[in-house]
Ligand binder design. Structure first.
Ligand SMILES: Nc1ncnc2c1ncn2[C@@H]1O[C@H](COP(=O)(O)OP(=O)(O)OP(=O)(O)O)[C@@H](O)[C@H]1O
Ligand SMILES: [Mg+2]
Length: 206
């Protein structure tokens, strides 16, 4: 790590920015098996928030791996680095008063805890959403055909098949997508955001 660098404090506080833009920044961190519904829920939530006049921005597994993280693979070390970078980027979006929606399997508890700490140390709310579908349901959905390929041995280190998934013990929200509709999942999240005062009043008119 570079040692000859100094953090340059800006003149505009986060609070001022939030006042100006009329919304609060935070990160909603979706975690769960492939096919559990992270991207589906994040997209539906993004749409819903837009209707409430709230700007959110999705950071999604594959998309980020096309660009920022295209140098990373799926071994434990690269997965950790993948999540570390995403957490840093989500934090930047949240600091800029946007609701960052991250949808990554993020299978390791230690990595998610590090993402949480990064946010909380900066006073930025971090909402961990466990998107939970039993493995057999996720495998049956198999929206990208990945489970089929993993079972055939074509994909190494596939979460749930040949790589571990550590379920979060204390997520802010736990959504069973085999028992709750997509709309139901979005409602659970929006209700939580409202309860916590994360959606500022003008958005509550709708
Ligand atoms: N209640 C539900 N919530 C979310 N998705 C659901 C639900 N019911 C069915 N689905 C379906 O499950 C699939 C979930 O796929 P999605 O791509 O969102 O998973 P993912 O968690 O983002 O997986 P990956 O980690 O591979 O990106 C979609 O085809 C979606 O339509
Ligand atoms: Mg996805």
């Amino acid at each position: 790590m570079a040692t000859n660098i100094t953090w340059h404090e800006g003149a505009v506080s986060r609070n001022e920015r939030e006042q100006l833009l009329g919304q609060k920044g935070l990160t909603i961190w979706f975690t769960g098996l492939s096919g559990s519904g992270k991207s589906t829920l994040a997209s539906a939530l993004e749409q819903h928030l837009l209707h409430l006049d709230v700007t959110s921005y999705r950071l999604d597994g594959d998309n980020v791996r096309f660009g920022l993280n295209k140098d990373l693979g799926f071994g434990p070390k690269d997965r950790t680095e993948n999540i570390r970078r995403i957490a840093e980027v989500a934090k930047l979006f949240a600091d800029a008063t946007i609701i960052a929606l991250t949808s990554f399997i993020s299978p390791y508890q230690a990595d998610r805890d590090a993402a949480r700490k990064l946010h909380e140390d900066s006073g930025i709310p971090f909402v961990e959403v466990y998107v939970d579908a039993p493995l057999d349901v996720a495998e049956q959905r198999d929206p990208k055909g990945l489970y089929k390929r993993a079972r055939a041995g074509e994909i190494k280190e596939f979460t749930g098949i040949s790589a571990p998934y550590e379920a979060p013990p204390n997520p802010e929200l736990h959504i069973r997508t085999d028992q709750t509709s997509i709309e139901g999942g979005v409602k659970i999240i929006v209700d939580y955001l409202k309860e916590r005062g994360f959606l500022v009043p003008k958005t509550l008119i709708n």
